[in-house]
Design a protein. Structure first.
Lengths: 194, 390
């Protein structure tokens, strides 16, 4: 475990922030703070004066951190995007996982690397969880639409559930479309006709 | 053989040449399949480009210059190979500040000197101004205009970085008093009733290079054939955008959910040059509000880069002559000439000009005889000669 660094994580979502902080704690006795409020971000960061700032690449407020790259007062420390020239893979992994790290001038790469590694792992993990959640939600929505379409067919044509599903599946195959799309079209059309 | 290229952009009206190149088949004509990546921030665009996530990007024209001067979070070699758009920004103010400005002289929309005087009189305390990025034409135009109007900037005002899509929200929430932003985000502030437009950017500098097509320098040199195909596709899209009568079609394409995701009517204002200045107000014609093609708009003049380098160096205490040289080197007139000559682009005889020195349309020497340059002046009448110590 290396000597602690002062780290700020900019993240609005509390659960994500906690997951990331947990991962970082494993790499050393760091002083970690979470900023979840994006207004006045540059000022808040300047007040805390951390060694490392971690922020989601998708966060539009990231551009405000760019102000800090122009250190204008004597007490301010210039920051730069973390780029490890000797380890291109790490920089690429960081970008792909969606984390951007800003590091103060003069901090040794070997002190920063474990933190970035942990951040990349955690960002990947929370992204996977988020993707899975979105996928589950989507599947549920589709399930609902298919059930409604089945109900419409059963009522209109006096067929049972199995036959209604068979009809949806056959139409989807004939038209080279997904069952969920055929069902959605049917539900929309039925809504217009009723 | 069909090649796939990834291009990053920020959702703005001036990303049009890249979006149109894909949507209207100009890229396909060159055998290219473009993957367009909508970016949440300018730093993302720059990083994606610098670290190879994309091959090309829609970029604020001062970013490659700043990178060449070693400014900003990332050091990488990036080239500006053509200008994607000239002008297209608006300066807007909160309703409260607009009322004080009206009391202080009610300047006409487009009167930069009058608006500057009225703003200085109405400011009352330290003005908070939003710009999309520290290295942007928005920041450069504001500093130039405010300083010449008696509000020394950036030192005398508080400049805050606010992403374009959040500008209307920031002024609505009272976090800033004024902004300079690219369209359609200024019009959105008007439409949502939180702000009012004070000036078109073109009234501060009538021919300001706004966005560039940026390539990683090593990629542009290693893949000249692909770079040429991409540049020609985008150049032809710009030529189409410069044709009269296409604004409505272009607005429909840009407005789509995957691109800007806003009503076409809002997008159309910048494209047709008819801006609505105040909530519920009438539309105001601004000739030359946003130029994609005419007046040699696509040519990456080295003098434009030199002006930006010179301004940044003066502000940040860098050595000016070196900054000017470094800046000129990233505006790649050589690549423009090499890749676009075959496509029918007119080539000016010179690669730099006196910026701010053209008071009306002027004919200059070109490879095919003559070509027209449009009005190019600063609101205070200053001129910038890149060959002299300004």
């Amino acid at each position: 475990m290396s000597k602690g660094l002062s780290i700020v994580v900019v993240e609005i979502d509390r659960d994500r922030a906690l997951a990331i902080v947990d991962g970082l704690r494993e790499t050393g006795d760091h002083d970690i703070q979470v900023i979840s409020e994006v207004s006045g971000l540059a000022r808040r960061l300047a007040e805390r004066n951390p060694d490392i700032v971690l922020i989601d690449i998708a966060n539009p407020s990231r551009d405000t951190i760019e102000e800090l790259t122009l250190a204008t007062a004597p007490l301010e420390r210039p920051v730069a995007m973390f780029v490890d020239r000797s380890d291109d893979g790490l920089t690429r992994a960081a970008i792909e996982s969606g984390v951007s790290a800003y590091v103060v001038d003069g901090l040794r790469p070997d002190r920063v690397k474990p933190v970035i590694d942990a951040a990349v792992t955690r960002f990947n993990m929370v992204r996977r969880i988020r993707d899975e959640l979105a996928e589950t939600k989507r599947a549920l929505e589709e399930r609902k639409v298919i059930d409604r379409a089945k109900g419409l067919l059963m009522k209109a044509r006096g067929i049972d559930e199995g036959a209604a599903y068979g009809l949806l599946r056959k139409t989807a195959m004939d038209q080279n479309r997904r069952i969920a799309d055929v069902a959605a079209a049917l539900v929309t059309a039925a809504g217009l006709l009723s | 053989m069909k090649a796939r290229l990834s291009v990053a952009y920020v959702p703005l009206v001036d990303a049009a040449p890249i979006i149109v190149a894909k949507e209207l088949g100009f890229a396909e004509e060159e055998g290219l399949e473009l993957d367009l990546l909508r970016a949440p921030s300018w730093s993302s665009v720059r990083d994606w480009l610098a670290f190879g996530r994309v091959e090309a990007a829609h970029l604020l024209s001062p970013i490659p210059v700043a990178m060449a001067l070693g400014l900003g979070g990332v050091a990488a070699r990036v080239s500006a190979v053509q200008v994607l758009s000239v002008n297209g920004n608006v300066v807007g103010v909160s309703q409260a500040l607009a009322a004080r400005i009206a009391d202080a002289g009610a300047p006409d929309f487009g009167d930069a000197a009058g608006a500057g005087r009225a703003l200085a009189a109405a400011a009352g305390g330290r003005l908070r101004v939003g710009v999309p990025f520290p290295f942007s034409m928005h920041a450069e135009l504001l500093y130039y205009w405010l300083s010449a109007s008696g509000l020394p900037a950036p030192e005398g005002v508080e400049i805050r970085t606010v992403p374009p899509a959040l500008m209307a929200e920031a002024i609505g929430a009272g976090e800033i008093d004024a902004f300079c932003v690219g369209e359609p985000w200024g019009s959105l502030a008007v439409e949502t009733g939180v702000g009012r437009l004070l000036l078109p950017g073109s009234s501060i500098w009538s021919f300001a290079p706004e966005k560039v097509l940026a390539l990683r320098t090593d990629w542009a040199e290693a893949e000249p054939e692909l770079a040429g195909r991409l540049m020609r596709a985008i150049w032809r899209a710009a030529r189409w955008l410069g044709t009269g009568g296409v604004a409505t079609t272009a607005a429909e394409i840009l407005a789509r959910e995957g691109y800007l995701g806003l009503p076409p009517e809002l997008v159309d204002r910048a494209l047709s040059g008819h801006l609505v200045v105040s909530p519920g107000g009438g539309s105001h014609a601004v000739p030359g509000f946003l130029e994609f093609f005419a007046g040699a708009a696509t040519f990456p003049w080295k003098s434009q880069a030199a002006w930006m380098g010179h301004r940044m160096a003066a502000r940040l205490g860098l050595e000016r002559e070196g900054a000017s040289t470094a800046a000129k080197a990233v505006f790649r007139t050589d690549l423009y000439r090499r890749h676009l000559a075959g496509a029918g682009a007119q080539m000016p005889g010179a690669s730099e000009k006196v910026e701010g020195g053209i008071t009306a349309g002027t004919m200059v020497a070109s490879d095919t005889g003559q070509m027209e340059l449009f009005e190019n002046r600063f609101f205070d009448g200053q001129i910038f000669d890149p060959s002299r110590d300004n």
